[in-house]
Design a protein around this ligand. Structure first.
Ligand SMILES: Cc1cc2nc3c(=O)[nH]c(=O)nc-3n(C[C@H](O)[C@H](O)[C@H](O)COP(=O)(O)OP(=O)(O)OC[C@H]3O[C@@H](n4cnc5c(N)ncnc54)[C@H](O)[C@@H]3O)c2cc1C
Length: 387
């Protein structure tokens, strides 16, 4: 069976759902194809918490932070959902970039202040600080599951055709305004579960590929792209000792001496009903997204428990619940937001894309309309970074 469409978006995670929301708002005929069922846990956009961390100094990201905040509030107003809670984020540890971040944010009108170790410890006794703290009070916590659902609901209310259980099996460029997208209906709930399928094709004027960890396989033969490394990340929720204690989000960068067991910097936040989430950043085992075990690597988990016991006095380091999730990382951790003819690509969000979801969606919708994204996010730049 074959059908025609204006724009097909492949992948209903955060980024694809945001692209569908903006495209539908602009009156484009959008078909969003998502492989798994709503709320699935097989990609990068599930769970109830993500940091809306504002600690960036690059002017592109700082400008995107401002626009993203406005768009998150717009989506909340449009859907009546509470998605972004302002909690503030405490950045601490040995980080030479703090002064540049402080300068960049304040110049852009985003509040950022330094707090002493004592002041920070007084405000947030659940965290141990050993350096000054760069605090961004307007940062916060996003509810990932609710955000993806809200984006898809808002896109659908604007006429987008949102389909779940549809696995795209091929993307073939036929001409400047014609792309054949082959897909099969599937009842699979996870990459390894079996399913019955029917194969179909939709011919689209434009295609947006936002397939997260599966991007490389879908773009093969369509565009030369940078190496995208897929890792299985394993943060965990730790039980809090005292429910009355206030928690900001936090980012902690290691210094020298006493950090030898650290795998990377640590990020975290309080997740209502689940505890305090903490995780290493971008150091999980490299995996194929269809061959995952969803299990926490024991040594990394043990090191994370040690981190919690040494730096998070407000939690019980022995009571934890691991989480499994994928990062798709580019060589320099900058996103890929670009187009090759009728195919637009949003990929490589490198473990820090969720906060920017609505503005990346806007940039992808712009690309479909022929408006380029900043060169920082081009495929060529990412390839260059990969050497
Ligand atoms: C543990 C963890 C913590 C994080 N913390 C933060 C944070 O605090 N702050 C922050 O800003 N960011 C954070 N991130 C990063 C953020 O979550 C991601 O950048 C973002 O979710 C990426 O969204 P995506 O839509 O690109 O990917 P995904 O959500 O993986 O979406 C891709 C979708 O494409 C679908 N798909 C793939 N192939 C096909 C196909 N062939 N046919 C149909 N559909 C297909 C998949 O099923 C999937 O739903 C974190 C990520 C992880 C894993």
């Amino acid at each position: 069976m074959s059908e025609r469409a204006d724009v097909v978006v492949i992948g209903g995670g955060a980024i694809g759902s945001a692209a569908a929301w903006h495209l539908a708002e602009r009156g484009r005929g959008v078909v969003l194809l998502e492989r798994f069922t709503p709320g699935h846990k097989n990609g990068a956009s599930h769970g109830s918490s993500r940091n809306f961390n504002q600690a960036y100094s690059d002017p592109h990201y700082v400008a995107m932070l401002r626009e993203s905040l406005t768009l998150w509030r717009q989506l909340e107003a449009e859907t009546g959902q509470s998605l972004l809670e302002t909690t503030g984020i405490a950045n601490h540890g040995v980080n030479p970039a703090f002064d540049a971040v402080h300068e960049a944010l304040n110049s852009a009108g985003i509040p950022a202040e330094f707090l002493s170790t004592v002041e920070a410890g007084r405000r947030w006794p659940g965290i141990r600080f050993d350096t000054r703290v760069l605090f961004t009070p307007e940062s916060g916590r996003l509810n990932a599951d609710r955000s993806v659902a809200a984006l898809q609901a808002a896109a659908a209310s604007r006429g987008a055709d949102v389909r779940h259980g549809v696995r795209v099996t091929g993307v073939r460029v036929l001409g400047d305004d014609e792309v054949a997208v082959t897909f099969s209906g599937t009842t699979a709930t996870s990459p390894t579960s079996s399913s019955s399928t029917t194969t179909s094709t939709v011919i689209a004027r434009r295609v947006v590929v936002t397939a997260g960890a599966w991007t490389e396989s879908l773009l093969a033969g369509v565009s030369r792209h940078p190496r995208l490394v897929v890792t299985q990340e394993q943060p965990a929720h730790f039980a809090v000792r005292d429910g009355s204690v206030e928690w900001p989000g936090f980012n902690h960068t290691p210094g020298s001496g006493g950090y030898d067991y650290w795998y990377s910097s640590v990020y975290g936040m309080f997740t209502p009903g689940e505890g305090v989430k903490a995780g290493w950043h971008g150091v999980g085992p490299v995996v194929h997204p269809d061959e995952r075990d969803f299990a926490a690597e024991p040594e990394q988990l043990a090191a994370l428990r040690r981190y919690a016991s040494e730096w998070l006095p407000g939690v019980d380091a022995d009571r934890l619940t691991p989480i499994s999730c994928t990062y798709t990382t580019t060589p320099d951790s900058n996103f890929v937001i670009d187009a090759v003819g009728p195919v637009t690509v949003g990929a490589g969000f490198s473990g820090h894309g969720f906060k920017f979801t609505p503005v990346v969606g806007r940039m992808l919708a712009d690309l479909v309309a022929g408006v380029p994204a900043p060169a920082l996010f081009s495929l060529a730049a990412a390839r260059r970074a990969g050497g």
